[in-house]
Design a protein around this ligand. Structure first.
Ligand code: B12
Ligand code: SF4
Ligand code: SF4
Length: 405
């Protein structure tokens, strides 16, 4: 092998690409990535060994809660080459999801509306991104075949497999790890999904960018449930995203009042982040919020039958939680809404439905109690339904993210 060539792994015999050819291919991959709708593509090696101890500590503390899949694969999550033998590079890809007219502040201000994380109002990103990454892999394959390199081996991932997507994105130069643990970039903020293409070509790697949180701690201070237990560390069991999407059982009572009107996920740690002031809007119309989920009225969402739920959430990530957890979450938000006889009536009616299970029933009973307590107290002093933290988040959005307020 000459100095200017790099041999492929044993799994990809016979051909070599020169260093120049690999550099040209890397540039081409970035161009194809843009054409396929990715806002940023970076390349990194597969060494995540420096993250293994942090991942193990996170698991040992039980921060993954009931997400058994986080612990099931051992350290494979930090070892892409074990997950996909022969893989020596990871192409990390970013796709922006922030929809136009996000209406963050108006949604959080009105406790009679349900708040749905802005990543989830449109089409489910998993399939869309995986298909685009597959196309990227196919383009690379064709290109290599034209250069007589056979056996290009690639595998796309989006969230679905045991792989540490954020540390990989950080190494590939897509951004730094914020104190909320998400990846963010000075020009792009953090409203983006990550996906990867694991590949067996020795492409040149990119350089990580400098950390930029400095002394800011806004996300840590604003988290409604104090889930960011230390900089860069989220205790999922406290995170509203986990409580409303991942947790299959009852939401612990201590968190219910803190959830406010957030019925699917939570964006607060990103809403107060100054880096999001410059975040671009998505170019994918598929990620635009569906009209039925735009600033939706809680009582109307609560009235959806299972059939309506399944049809109106078809193709969206929300459908994955199913009608039962959907009702559980909305019941909590209704309990947190201002005192209202119509809400109590709707809760009581729902409780009478024949197919209502124990889980939803218990949350409905909790919500009715909250409503009745507020009604009783209202004669003496009106209760403001927004927590101080939420009021602060709303002011921060109005000031820092006026376009998206
Ligand atoms: C499990 C999971 C969750 C859990 C746990 C969150 C968590 N922080 O781990 C829950 C359900 C709570 C969750 C919530 C959300 N998630 Co999530 N989630 C995942 C998933 C599947 C795995 C994450 C993971 O491995 N966690 C385990 C911990 C240990 O890993 P880690 O946080 O990356 O920690 C590493 C670093 O922080 C680092 N580290 C530790 N200490 C230190 C210290 C320093 C100084 C530094 C620099 C680093 C560092 O080492 C750790 C180990 O490697 C990923 C997809 C994937 N496969 O990676 C999506 C993912 C992280 N989620 C994503 C999103 C969008 C969200 C939400 C915003 C959704 C929402 N709006 O509701 C919230 C945000 C909450 C938050 N602040 O994290 C995106 C993030 C995109 C981005 N810009 O970074 C991902 C990448 C999905 C995707 N494909 O786009 N999520
Ligand atoms: S998503 Fe919400 S609950 Fe979870 S860490 Fe961020 S602010 Fe806290
Ligand atoms: S809010 Fe501040 S500390 Fe948190 S991620 Fe953004 S810049 Fe970093």
């Amino acid at each position: 092998m000459s100095e200017s060539t790099v041999s492929l792994m044993p799994q990809m015999p016979h051909s070599v690409l020169s260093v120049n050819q690999l550099a040209k291919l890397a540039r081409q991959i970035k161009q194809w990535g843009k054409e396929l709708g990715f806002a940023h593509i970076g390349i990194t090696d597969v060494d995540l060994s420096e993250h293994e101890a942090d991942l193990q500590a996170w698991l040992d503390k039980g921060y993954h809660g009931d997400m058994g899949y986080m612990a099931n694969h051992g350290m494979m999550r930090a070892r892409p080459a074990e997950l996909h033998p022969g893989c020596i590079r990871v192409i990390s890809a970013r796709m922006d999801y922030l929809p136009p007219d996000a209406g963050f502040a108006s949604n959080l201000t009105d406790p009679n509306l349900g708040y749905i994380s802005r990543y989830a109002g449109g089409r489910d990103y998993h399939k869309l991104m995986r298909q685009r990454l597959k196309k990227l892999g196919e383009k690379i394959d064709v290109y290599c075949k034209e250069l007589d390199v056979d056996h290009t081996d690639f595998r796309p991932f989006v969230d679905s497999a045991p792989i540490l997507e954020r540390p990989l994105a950080e190494k590939a130069g897509l951004g730094w790890t914020g104190k909320h643990s998400l990846i963010l970039h000075p020009d792009a903020g953090s409203w983006f999904f990550l996906g990867e293409l694991l590949i067996n070509l020795p492409l040149p790697t990119d350089i990580p960018i400098a950390e930029g949180c400095n002394t800011c701690v806004a996300c840590i201070k604003s988290c409604p449930t104090d889930a960011i237990v230390a900089p860069y560390v989220v205790d999922a069991r406290r995170c509203i995203s986990y409580l409303t999407i991942e947790l299959q059982t009852a939401i612990p009572e201590e968190f219910r009042p803190l959830i406010g009107n957030r019925i699917y996920g939570c964006d607060d740690c990103q809403l107060v982040c100054p880096v999001n002031a410059k975040a671009p809007l998505t170019k994918e119309t598929d990620f635009y919020t569906r009209p039925t989920l735009l600033q939706p009225d809680l009582l109307s969402l609560f009235s959806w039958s299972e059939k309506t739920f399944l049809s109106l959430t078809e193709g969206s990530a929300i459908r994955r939680i199913g009608h039962t957890l959907w009702l559980r979450n909305i019941a909590v938000a209704l309990g947190n809404a201002p005192a209202n006889l119509n809400i109590i009536e709707a809760l009581q009616q729902k409780a009478l439905e024949a197919d209502i299970g124990e889980l939803v029933l218990e949350h409905i009973e909790w919500a009715i109690k909250q409503q009745q307590a507020k009604l009783a107290a209202q004669d003496i002093h009106p209760i403001t339904p927004l927590s101080r933290k939420t009021q602060r988040v709303i002011r921060s959005i109005q000031k820092g993210l006026p376009r998206d307020a």
